[in-house]
Design a protein around this ligand. Structure first.
Ligand code: SF4
Length: 232
């Protein structure tokens, strides 16, 4: 049984936000109006956090892509009164729109603020409506949503492997949308329990860390510390 996880190499991240756009497109993440954003009601399954230091022209910017971290001990799942969210047998923290009754307790209990509530019916303005993905169900008003690490791509690959008579996926056989489009190849996905998998090699790197590790949530998304500014 795999234990899916991800590494994000901050040395390779330029902050271009291609991952954010690809994730929105892949997962039918609804658009937000200026009013929605002013009210703090935008929805992002992938965000790029940025920290800017210094004054022009001596400015330094650090960026940090931030999906759901698929914690091994997820605090979000412990407060849902209807079991709409749970960690599955392969370590992915799943979210069921059909079960969700919109208490938003999970968002309160996620220390990484990567869960989002649908305050209104999802909107895909103009031509964007033509590009909705048939692979991922659109979430209705009144339920929570978040990154799945492209669980539908994992399922597709497992179905294909099953048809070919294979029990396990090959390393690198599943690539989430964010990893696929990253021009710096900063994002790696795979089985953390496979010691030969690229993702588990990277997760063992001395540069690897888990965001807010002291909370004990044990994220399965590891970031690799930035060294290009000479502080790693
Ligand atoms: Fe839950 Fe937040 Fe951890 Fe994702 S990052 S599993 S939403 S606690």
């Amino acid at each position: 049984m795999p234990r899916w996880g991800m590494t994000i190499d901050l040395d390779r991240c330029s902050g271009c936000q291609a991952c954010v756009v690809a994730c929105k497109q892949e997962n039918n993440v609804p658009f937000a109006t200026a009013e929605d954003l002013d009210a703090g009601r935008g929805i992002y399954w992938m965000q790029v956090l940025a920290r800017v230091e210094g004054e022009w022209p001596h400015v330094r910017m650090e960026t940090m892509p931030m999906p759901c971290l698929h914690c091994d001990d997820p605090p979000c799942t412990k407060v849902c009164p209807v079991d709409a969210t749970h960690k599955d047998s392969e370590g992915l923290v799943q979210q069921s729109s059909a079960r969700c009754i919109g208490t938003r307790y999970c968002a309160q209990n996620c220390p990484y603020t990567v869960r989002f509530f649908n305050w209104k019916k999802p909107e895909f303005p103009g031509a964007f409506a033509n590009y909705r993905s048939p692979e991922v169900a659109i979430r209705p008003k009144g339920v929570m949503e978040k990154c799945t690490l492209c669980a539908h791509r994992v399922k597709d690959a497992q179905d294909r492997a099953h048809r070919e008579g294979r029990r396990a996926l090959r390393d690198g056989e599943v690539t989430p949308a964010c990893a696929e489009v990253c021009p710096g190849r900063a994002i790696t996905f795979g089985d953390l329990d496979d010691p030969g998998a690229r993702v588990s090699e990277l997760a063992r790197s001395p540069r690897a860390f888990r965001f807010l590790e002291e909370l004990g949530t044990a994220p399965k998304v590891f970031h690799l510390r930035e060294t290009r500014h000479g502080d790693g």
